[in-house]
Design a protein around this ligand. Sequence first.
Ligand code: ADP
Ligand code: ADP
Ligand code: ZN
Length: 215
Amino acid sequence: MRLILIGPPGVGKGTQAALLESRLGLKPLSSGVIFRSEIDADTDLGHLANSYIKRGELVPNGVTIEMMAKRIRSEEVRKAGFILDGFPRTIRQAEALDTMLLEMAMPLDKVISIEVDDDVVISRLSGRMGCTKCGEIYHSINKPPKREGYCDKCNSPLFVRSDDQPETIRERLRVFRENTAPVRDHYQALGLLEVVDGSQDPEAVYEAIVDGVGI
Ligand code: ADP
Ligand code: ADP
Ligand code: ZN
């Protein structure tokens, strides 16, 4: 299965990708997660990416496409398929992906657009916390950990992303509207789009995705 999850920051893409992985064995490939691990590992790519991420801007297309292409072309991903989360985020990235998948004879099954109003994503991003070790996603109100500040699954400390601050959030929503909304329309024109109402609770969103994909 080859899926794309598209939607504004904070709509729940990472949360749904994790559910699809644990329940259906699909393999998430998140550009944001990959960038953050490059930043943590102090690599040149991490330094470059961080200079954009901390301002809520997009990392340039060239390096982003190269980074994702390397993974999409890997033997493992060819065999297992993928759920792309956070990529493609621009028309140029979408066209590069389409070309790559065409060359590999690996067509997309569906593109799922998770949609909600801005006020919902702002409140979701404002309480988001993530596990430093396993990546599990929490929320201070919607999904609090059992022990404050620590992961239910692996007991490691939780962290708040430095780009989940009010000013950066506003910029990321603007960037989404300008650059990523056209990607949604691109896949709609190709007949691949399924729209899911992201304002429901995570289980209902999950059901809607599974329904939309037809699995
Ligand atoms: P994205 O990957 O799209 O940026 P996340 O999956 O990280 O979004 O979710 C953003 C925040 O919203 C997290 O704190 C998460 O726990 C919470 N969240 C995700 N889905 C829902 C939902 N359906 N209802 C309420 N809160 C949610
Ligand atoms: P969210 O789902 O909350 O928007 P992500 O973890 O997907 O956050 O992305 C965090 C940041 O990483 C983005 O704001 C952007 O700076 C950068 N980034 C992630 N994916 C891409 C991409 N495909 N193209 C350019 N920049 C990206
Ligand atoms: Zn954990």
